[in-house]
Design a protein around this ligand. Structure first.
Ligand SMILES: Cc1cc2nc3c(=O)[nH]c(=O)nc-3n(C[C@H](O)[C@H](O)[C@H](O)COP(=O)(O)OP(=O)(O)OC[C@H]3O[C@@H](n4cnc5c(N)ncnc54)[C@H](O)[C@@H]3O)c2cc1C
Length: 391
């Protein structure tokens, strides 16, 4: 495959989408973000506004009523929403994450049935992969799905599921063949009101508090056989890998947005706060911190765009670049948010200023959708394979 052309700027349509999202976030997210965080409250009203503004459509292809903005549409949404509030961003993007196994693996009938409603914002999805005993070690999952007539009977528990309880439909990974390891995993579309399906308690989290997180509990849950993604057993691990390759650039973009928000709050404060009779922005120590933040954010953004564009064309290096972007941008967001608190001094340690919330929110970026350590494992695996193929 020849080297792909990577665009670092936005097209006119993409810039229009960015301006639209920026406006919606400024008017509908920023004014309520502290209250949502404080109350640990799911952002129903905000998501309703997103729906009115057509933001759900921006995440999906035209065949299903979406805008057909591709990966870059998701990147723009993720960055701009997280710039205002990563909690709202996570609540919103969780539906895309939950839809991706359908997009990458479902039958045409399944796609039409679910993606049309998801693109219209009439349905919310969630992604159920992690389990209490299977986090980084995905193939260790133990939820089972046993075929019985025209149904599968699901038993097991999923852990830390974003949007759980709020979503209408769940893509759930379970073992259909215990003897085949990862090749025995299948993905199922499970609707919320299915008997035998319930939720754990709402988690009381450090950050992204308005994004609801709960367990999914399956107790002899009967799922129609037609809801197995793609109509065939044992393709679930592939669906999960494809999903993560496509979703990690969006998490990277969320990290860019979170870092950008933290940086903007810091530079604004530095230009207002006076010590020793001058604005603290005149101190070289503060200026260098701001310069480091801006450089790292820009580098994260470029890597994110590259990873998204490679993922879009299904480039062979997609997994490596998605992991690079996710890891680099997440680590950058944590560093920038930490320095943002530092620039605020004591005022960064209290809820009066947004620096404290950016700091708490940023941490999740290094954990969900694969920790930074797991991304490095993935990158290194790609590098070693490349080196071996060059010999
Ligand atoms: C708020 C929140 C929302 C989430 N949303 C979702 C969701 O919607 N759907 C979903 O399916 N999951 C979701 N997750 C789960 C998330 O993806 C996992 O928490 C994550 O993959 C890590 O798994 P774990 O928590 O079990 O940590 P563990 O895997 O137990 O890891 C613990 C530590 O060990 C390190 N580690 C583990 N294995 C290795 C290794 N091989 N090499 C080096 N270091 C290693 C990790 O990096 C980490 O530092 C969410 C989690 C949280 C906290």
């Amino acid at each position: 495959m020849s080297e792909p052309q990577i665009s670092v700027g936005l097209t006119e349509d993409q810039a229009m989408l960015r301006d639209l999202v920026r406006d919606v976030v400024k008017n509908e997210v920023v004014p309520v973000r502290m209250e949502l965080d404080e109350k640990n409250e799911y952002p129903h009203k905000v998501l309703e506004k997103f729906k009115e503004a057509g933001l759900f459509q921006a995440m999906y292809e035209e065949d299903y009523g979406g805008m057909g903005m591709g990966m870059m549409g998701n990147i723009i949404l993720a960055e701009e929403i997280a710039r205002g509030c990563l909690g709202v961003g996570t609540a919103f993007l969780a539906t895309k994450l939950g839809s991706l196994p359908i997009e990458v693996g479902a039958t045409p009938e399944q796609k039409t049935k679910y993606l049309t409603k998801l693109a219209a914002g009439e349905m919310i999805a969630a992604f159920g992969l992690t389990e209490p005993g299977a986090g980084s070690d995905v193939p260790a999952l133990s939820t089972t799905a046993v075929k019985k007539g025209d149904k599968y009977i699901l038993n097991g528990t999923k852990q830390w599921i974003s949007g759980a309880g709020q979503a209408d439909v769940y893509t759930v990974f379970a073992l259909t063949d215990k003897n085949r390891g990862p090749r025995g995993i299948s993905c199922f579309i499970v609707e919320k009101d299915t008997p035998g399906f319930s939720f754990g308690k709402k988690e009381d989290k450090l950050g992204i508090r308005c994004s609801e997180t709960r367990q999914l509990i399956f107790e002899d849950c009967e799922v129609p056989a037609e809801n197995i993604v793609g109509g065939r057993e044992n393709n679930g691990f592939l669906h999960a890998l494809k999903t993560l390759n496509l979703s990690r650039p969006a998490v990277a973009a969320s990290a860019v947005g979170c870092a950008q928000g933290a940086y903007e709050a810091a530079i604004q404060y530095a230009r207002e706060r006076e010590q020793f009779g001058v604005k603290i922005a005149t101190f070289q120590a503060i200026q260098h911190m701001l310069a480091d933040m801006a450089m790292a954010i820009e580098a994260s953004r470029l890597l994110t765009y590259k990873s998204a564009q490679l993922a879009e064309i299904g480039h062979k290096d997609t997994a490596k670049f998605s992991a690079m972007a996710k890891c680099f941008a997440a680590d950058t967001a944590m560093k920038v948010a930490t320095d943002g608190v530092q620039i605020h001094g004591g005022y960064g340690y209290v809820k009066e200023y947004p620096a404290e919330k950016f700091f708490r929110d940023a941490k999740i970026l290094q954990i969900y959708e694969g920790t930074s350590q797991i991304q490095k494992n993935e990158i290194a695996a790609g590098l070693v394979k490349e080196a071996a193929s060059r010999r």
